[in-house]
Design a protein around this ligand. Structure first.
Ligand code: 4LM
Length: 399
């Protein structure tokens, strides 16, 4: 660590998740960083305020733009993602809308993968599209289809990997190289993987967005978002997408909770992943189950890509029951410990039905077209004793 509290990129991931950007000596020796509960910042005179507003003198002005606690969170996540800079938002949707509003204009085309989180799909197709931005979809697991789709020269290529809810993976390196060849920027939603499993910028992505509500916070107690990328683009997003277009500023208290969550991100991701592997194999062996998608299963169609692109397969599982949609709902209703709730990445195991919950923002026709099947069940494997997770699943499957 140097005097400023910055760690060199050679330090390990867990070390940076705990220390990056903070130096106790700057704060009277306090081990944990203070939280700056302030809406605004004072200036000694109007001239220095003017210089700050003009961007001539770096300074915090107002917490909708920046705040020292948010600044620390932004530095830490940028380090973990291998990005130059980051911007915090009040939610994952705040980050996604703030980034896209900053980078597109009417007439532009945004090329997206066929499977996206429900509200991202709605923002693009039912929101941005109303303002003259063209949204086109392609199955980004299909290399030839991506080549064909890029011929119309989109300005943005946007995808999630693993995709919510069905776990399809997109090859970041290959897709980014193709997108760059036609001049498109690549935005990856890294919520499912977290930077501990995948670092999209190292594979060629330009911008990363996160719902920090999920694994980064990790405890189901806050809503937050983050964007990462180059200093120049993040500054544009801060001053336009955050400050003027959305105003979706993160509260300093929530930034502190994310900083606390990040300290255990590697530990938690290892445990989520190990338990998910046991649960996925258990489900695959059950006669009631027709399909299990978890990137660490040998039966997973993109098993090799997962091994190449992800440090671990992660804590999310999608599966279907042989008896179909009605049985899926009965099964979920019978669970005792596993909670029926949207969101993911928490200590509690959470289960939900994408077709009627997270992805009900797709019209029924869009669900059919985008592969959101009516019987799909999504399980976020928590940190409980795995025997108890298996026990609850087993009793609900057998009942
Ligand atoms: C859910 N997801 O799936 P905020 N990107 C991805 C997401 O899964 C989400 C967001 C962005 C769920 C929420 C109810 C891949 C959210 C949006 O919820 O705005 O922090 O993130 O269950």
């Amino acid at each position: 660590m140097d005097g400023s509290g910055s760690l060199t990129r050679e330090k390990g991931f867990a070390t940076r998740a705990i220390h990056e950007g903070y130096h106790p000596a700057d704060e009277g020796g306090a081990l944990t960083p203070p939280v700056h509960f302030t809406s605004t910042f004072t200036f000694p005179d109007v001239e220095s305020a003017g210089a700050a507003f003009a961007g001539e003198q770096p300074a915090h002005i107002y917490s909708r733009i920046s705040n020292p606690t948010l600044d620390l969170l932004e530095r830490r996540i940028a380090s973990l993602e291998g990005a130059e800079a980051a911007v915090a938002f009040a939610s994952g949707m705040g980050a996604i809308t703030g980034v896209l509003w900053s980078l597109v204009k009417p007439g532009d085309e945004v090329l997206v993968d066929q499977t996206l989180y429900g509200c991202t799909h709605a923002f693009l197709n039912h929101g941005l599209a109303k303002f003259g931005v063209r949204i086109s979809h392609v199955d980004m697991t299909d290399s030839a289809a991506v080549d064909a789709a890029l011929k119309s020269r989109p300005v943005i290529v946007y995808f999630e990997t693993p995709a919510n809810p069905n776990m399809r993976l997109i090859d970041i390196r290959e897709t980014a190289a193709k997108a760059h060849a036609v001049g498109a920027r690549v935005i990856v939603d890294n919520t499912y993987a977290s930077p501990y499993l995948t670092q999209p910028i190292s594979l060629g992505a330009d911008i990363i967005v996160h719902s920090a509500t999920k694994y980064l916070g990790g405890h189901g107690d806050l809503i937050a978002g983050l964007a990462c990328g180059t200093k120049e683009v993040m500054e544009e997003i801060r001053l336009f997408g955050l400050k003027d277009m959305t105003g979706a500023a993160l509260a300093p208290f929530n930034a502190m909770l994310i900083l606390r969550g990040l300290k255990t991100l590697p530990l938690r991701m290892r445990e989520h992943s190990a338990s998910a592997g046991i649960v996925a194999r258990f489900l695959e062996a059950r006669k009631e189950v027709s399909m299990v998608a978890w990137p660490g299963l040998e039966s997973f169609p993109q098993y090799e890509l997962a091994a190449r692109q992800m440090r671990l397969p992660g804590g999310m599982i999608a599966f279907e029951l042989k008896a179909g949609n009605g049985a899926a709902i009965t099964f979920m209703n019978r669970l005792n410990m596993i909670q029926r709730a949207v969101s993911l990445g928490d200590a509690e195991s959470l289960i939900q039905h994408p077709a009627s919950m997270t992805h009900s923002t797709y019209t029924p026709e869009e669900q059919a077209e985008h592969g959101i099947t009516p019987g799909l069940i999504r399980l976020s494997v928590g940190l409980e004793d795995v025997e108890d997770i298996l026990g609850d699943l087993a009793q609900a499957l057998s009942a």
